[in-house]
Every structure is written in structure tokens, then in C-alpha cells.
Design a protein around this ligand. Structure first.
Ligand code: KG4
Ligand code: ZN
Length: 371
């Protein structure tokens, strides 16, 4: 295909479109982050779907305008078809099918998490396999060994909450706004990460990864719900402590409620625990696979502490690939880039229409001999 590709993303609470040329260069990109959910402290699915309906046409029009590309010049439309909120997904998929039918061009259904794998390569041509990938978003936590595009060996995943979800829930518990990840990172900047010894779930487990023989050692699996409970318990203790002044590590005091006084320390201690677990498991996986190239993708990959810790761990001989924060969060460009790959391959990984839950295409159990 030599004509530009349009990418559409509406899986959750971003309405985004991008136009890429056939080499994967971004010609235009617009991301509309929905604001309607803020007062609820989390995404309300019906409100998300309705806002996508309102926004998709103006977002696409603005993207094409920025790219200087007319609809009739498009060669294909890639759309995030799974996984996500079904009402939200249906808006993007239905719009894309209708537009592609009218234009007489193909629709490429893309798995949202495969899109995140293609985020870093939008800005860095070296961000290609082989690498160990940590995909951390609001709905997923996946650790993959990626010897080549389209072959994804599952090393581990979350058993309960996703990493981004843990940030969002912890933020809510300590009284910060949605989305919680950026709010926690900002609050943590002034806090003491050692103040509260929150648990590091499943971090100490050692041994093999999931094996091709059907074994599920699960040593690279994650669990974040216990951590959330620990934060809630600590907040209850802090609030129960009474008094209008909180003690600061330096001996000073700040005005306000005890929770306000402790908020930055709670945020810093929570972030430290999550980073310890995510970076620790990623680095052990890189060692187990024997590959010092690591990619982080998904909204949580915007977190600086996480990237710094992984970069330190892999050392000067290794490489860490991460997109800029704008391309780490949900966006149409990563969907278009993954769509280019799928279109060239001529294989959409079994995806056809909108599906709320679907495994990443090409996912395989980890078989060490294939590493
Ligand atoms: O990939 P993404 O934009 O949407 C989903 O596919 O879910 O990820 C959103 C998640 C949210 O849970 C948000 O709190 C988290 O990414 N996030 C962060 C940061 N920025 C966004 N988590 C930690 N630190 C950040 N700086
Ligand atoms: Zn995402």
C-alpha cells in the first residue's frame, strides 16, 4: 500500500485519529481525552460511548486537515476493535466500516494492546523486536517476550487489577483525581517513598515462567489488589490518627487534615511499591530470556520512576524503548502503525468486529527453547 492509512482509537475514554504514510511517519494526530468521567472518579461506559459518537467525526476531520490528506486518498482504515468497553469500541468500528465501505478501502481490525507495542517505534526506528515488553494500561498488565512482530510469548499477566487500575484506585483512596497515574506521580514528587512499607505482591517468587508444556508457574504474574487494600488500611489509620497537623519527615508541620499532610508520602510509597514489582519482574524476565532490550507501553509507561528503574536495571549495554507520554497513552497513531503491520502480513489475527475481551493476536505460551 502506498497510500496513507487512517487509525481510529475509541476503546475507552480517548477519541483519537491519526494519519500515517506508508513508512509509518505520522502526518496528523488528534487525541481528545474525555472529561465527562472526572467527577465520577472512573470511566462511565455509557458516557464514554456517547462522547465518542459526538467526537469521532470532528476528530477525524481535524486529523485529515492536519495531515493535508483527503478522504479519497486514504488506502485503509485501521481501527482498535478489541479489547475495551463494548459501546465505545462499537462507535469506532462502526464508523470505520461505514467510511471504508463508502471509500472502497479495507478495514484493518487491530488489537489495542498490539497497538501499544507499536507505540515506541513511531518515534524510534530501533524500537523493533527482539525485546521483552511490559504493557501496562488501565485494563491490562502483560509481560511478553517478542522475538518478532506478531509472535508474542506470554510470560506473565495480572491476576486481578491492572497496573493502571491500581494507580487509579490508589489515587481515589488518597483523595486524588482521575486519571490516578499522573496525579500519583505528581504528588509523589514531594513525598518520601520509604515512609510506608507497602507490600510488593508476588515479587519474591522465583523459578520458571509459564512454559510451553502447559505449565503455569506464574512467576511473572502480577497482583495489585492487595496493595490497594494496604493503601486503604493505611489511609484509615492516618485519618483515625486525628489532629489538624501532620508531622513532616523534616520535623515541620503542614496545615490541613492528616491525610492531606501524608498524601505525598502515601503517593510516593505506593508508586515505589508498584515500580519495584513492575521493574523487578521485567528485569528478571529479560534475564530469563537473555535479552537486554526492553519495551514499555501503555499509559503507565508514561511514569518516569518506572522507566528510570528499568533503565538502571538493564545497564549501559541494554536498551529501553518507551514512547513519549503522548504516544504512551491511547492514540490513533499506534493503531494505524499496528494496522500497517497487519495489512502487510495479510493476517488480522482472527479479529473481525468489536470484541470486549480478546487475547492479543499471535500470543503463545513461553517456550524457553524458542528464545
Ligand atoms: O493505555 P491507557 O492510556 O488506556 C488504557 O488502555 O487503559 O492507560 C491509562 C492508564 C490509567 O490507569 C492511568 O492512570 C495510567 O495509565 N497512567 C499512569 C501515568 N499516566 C497514565 N500511571 C502511572 N504514571 C503515569 N504517569
Ligand atoms: Zn491503552
Amino acid at each position: 500500500m502506498t497510500r496513507p492509512i487512517l487509525g481510529i482509537e475509541t476503546t475507552c475514554d480517548e477519541t483519537s485519529a491519526a494519519v500515517l504514510d506508508e513508512r509509518g511517519e505520522i502526518l496528523g494526530l488528534v487525541i481528545h481525552s474525555q472529561d465527562v468521567h472526572r467527577v465520577y472518579g472512573g470511566v462511565v461506559p455509557e458516557l464514554a460511548a456517547r462522547d465518542h459518537v459526538r467526537r469521532i467525526e470532528p476528530v477525524v476531520a481535524a486529523t485529515l486537515g492536519e495531515a493535508g490528506v483527503a478522504r479519497k486518498d486514504l488506502g485503509a482504515i485501521a481501527v482498535a476493535a478489541a479489547p475495551g468497553l463494548i459501546g465505545a469500541l462499537l462507535v469506532g468500528v462502526t464508523w470505520s466500516r461505514a467510511a471504508a465501505y463508502a471509500l472502497g478501502i479495507p478495514v484493518v481490525p487491530v488489537h489495542h494492546m498490539e497497538g501499544h507495542l507499536f507505540g515506541p517505534v513511531l518515534e524510534d526506528p530501533d524500537a523493533v523486536p527482539p525485546f521483552v515488553a511490559l504493557l501496562v494500561s488501565g485494563g491490562h498488565t502483560l509481560l511478553l517476550w517478542v522475538p518478532e512482530w506478531g509472535r508474542y510469548h506470554l510470560l506473565g499477566e495480572t491476576r486481578d487489577d491492572a497496573a493502571g487500575e491500581a494507580f487509579d484506585k490508589a489515587a481515589r483512596i488518597v483523595g486524588l483525581s482521575y486519571p490516578g497515574g499522573p496525579a500519583i506521580e505528581k504528588a509523589a514528587a514531594g513525598g518520601d517513598p520509604g515512609r510506608y512499607p507497602f507490600p510488593r505482591p508476588l515479587l519474591k517468587r522465583k523459578g520458571g515462567a509459564r512454559t510451553g508444556g502447559g505449565g503455569r508457574a506464574g512467576d511473572f504474574d502480577f497482583s495489585f489488589s492487595g496493595l490497594k487494600t494496604a493503601v486503604a488500611r493505611t489511609v484509615a489509620e492516618v485519618e483515625g490518627g486525628g489532629g489538624g497537623r501532620g508531622k513532616q519527615p523534616g520535623g515541620g508541620t503542614v496545615e490541613g487534615t492528616p491525610l492531606e499532610a501524608e498524601r505525598s508520602h502515601l503517593a510516593a510509597s505506593f508508586q515505589e511499591a508498584v515500580v519495584d514489582v513492575l521493574a523487578g519482574k521485567t528485569l528478571s524476565a529479560a534475564e530469563a530470556v537473555g535479552c537486554r532490550r526492553v519495551l514499555v507501553g501503555g499509559g503507565v509507561a508514561a511514569n518516569r520512576a518506572l522507566k528510570e528503574r528499568i533503565r538502571e536495571g538493564i545497564g549501559p549495554g541494554g536498551r529501553l524503548f518507551a514512547a513519549s507520554p503522548r504516544l504512551s497513552m491511547d492514540n490513533g497513531a499506534m493503531i494505524a502503525r499496528a494496522g500497517l503491520f497487519r495489512l502487510r502480513l495479510g493476517d488480522f489475527g482472527g479479529l473481525t468486529g468489536a470484541v470486549a475481551g480478546a487475547p492479543i493476536p499471535g500470543v503463545l505460551a513461553y517456550a524457553p527453547q524458542e528464545a
